[in-house]
Design a protein around this ligand. Structure first.
Ligand code: DGY
Length: 323
């Protein structure tokens, strides 16, 4: 009789999801929702596992692969997969899967929320009321910047970028984009205009970073880039923290080179309450919740389950990353 495969899940997931995996595999799971699996446990479990159901906070690298003789699939609960050594997996015939598409609209909602939050100073406004500082209506109280009719520059024009552009058109924004390849269809359909990186940085009122983390994009946003932005412009990051040289962003904010920042991602996550970026009133910081709606996270989990099942059944997964 065939051995039942073993799937290790690196974070506590809802029972309904775990039960789906139990229908075709034995399951091991790290039983904490808010604590990443310790490296030693992950190494130990990888040795036994046919499949790993991973989070973006789990580095999956050569050390893991070396002893993971049975491993056939790594299914990452994210569209991004910069935590995974893809070449190493491919060399060993291990499929790496992710969860694109299903999180597009939810992440675009969050990106647009950050644009609204920084421009209209909503974080400051909420604190103002909560701290009992609101004593009267006053003409310039918490006056921010308009979003409508402004120029939005999207760096990294994938599906999420296009979904943000659709939202921006409802605000009658002028949308520019920069991407490795021109997106001619999007230009036609969404009335977005291509700009070289520098031109986009100089023209935009909101620079929205949605690039994945790759060798090309690592440290893309330096002090020089922030200095080229309008002093009235905002920087929004919903991609990956390491695309930004964080100390340069801090310097640009200190020197008033930009008007503010909305950040869902950071160089090193999670950040503590003493992080220097949190000292700026014009910075909105979120705990990497781009795709975090209940519907979307459950759909992402389902996608990972399906990807794992397909690989273990010898079929092609729905969303595979390996070339
Ligand atoms: C992703 O899917 O890569 C996001 O960063 C998770 O919210």
């Amino acid at each position: 009789m065939n051995r039942k495969p073993y799937v290790y899940i690196t974070r506590k997931l809802p029972e309904q999801i775990v039960n789906k995996i139990k229908s075709f595999a034995n399951v091991g799971m790290w039983e904490w929702e808010d604590k990443p699996v310790p490296r030693s446990v992950l190494l130990e479990e990888s040795r036994k596992a046919d499949a790993l159901f991973t989070m973006l906070s789990d580095p999956i690298d050569e050390e893991i692969y070396t002893d993971a003789k049975k491993l056939k699939v790594v299914a990452n609960l994210a569209v991004g997969y910069d935590n995974i050594d893809i070449n190493g997996a491919t060399r060993r015939g291990i499929a790496v899967c992710h969860t694109p598409d299903i999180l597009t609209e939810t992440t675009a909602d969050l990106a647009f929320s950050l644009i609204m939050m920084v421009a209209r100073r909503l974080g400051e406004a909420i604190e103002y009321v909560k701290k009992g500082k609101w004593t009267s209506w006053s003409p310039l109280l918490l006056a921010g910047a308009d979003v409508h009719h402004k120029t939005l520059g999207i760096v990294g024009m994938g599906k999420i970028g296009e979904a943000v552009a659709r939202r921006a058109s409802g605000f009658q924004m002028n949308v520019l984009y920069n991407n490795r390849h021109r997106k001619l269809e999007a230009e036609k359909q969404l009335a977005v205009e291509y700009r070289p990186f520098e031109a986009l940085i100089e023209e935009s009122d909101f620079v929205l970073c949605l690039t994945p983390l790759t060798e090309e994009t690592r440290n893309l946003f330096t002090y020089d880039v922030f200095k080229k932005m309008k002093k009235t412009a905002y920087f929004i990051n919903v991609g990956r923290g390491r695309v930004v040289v964080e100390k340069d962003l801090i310097r640009a904010l200190q020197e008033g080179e930009i008007a503010g920042a909305g950040l869902d991602v950071f160089e090193n996550e999670p950040i503590g309450a003493d992080h220097p970026l949190l000292k700026f009133p014009n910075v909105v910081a979120l705990p990497h919740i781009g795709s975090a709606s209940m519907e979307t996270r459950l759909a992402m989990m389902d996608r990972s389950v399906e990807n794992i099942k397909r690989v273990l059944d010898g079929k092609r997964p729905i969303s595979i990353v390996n070339p």
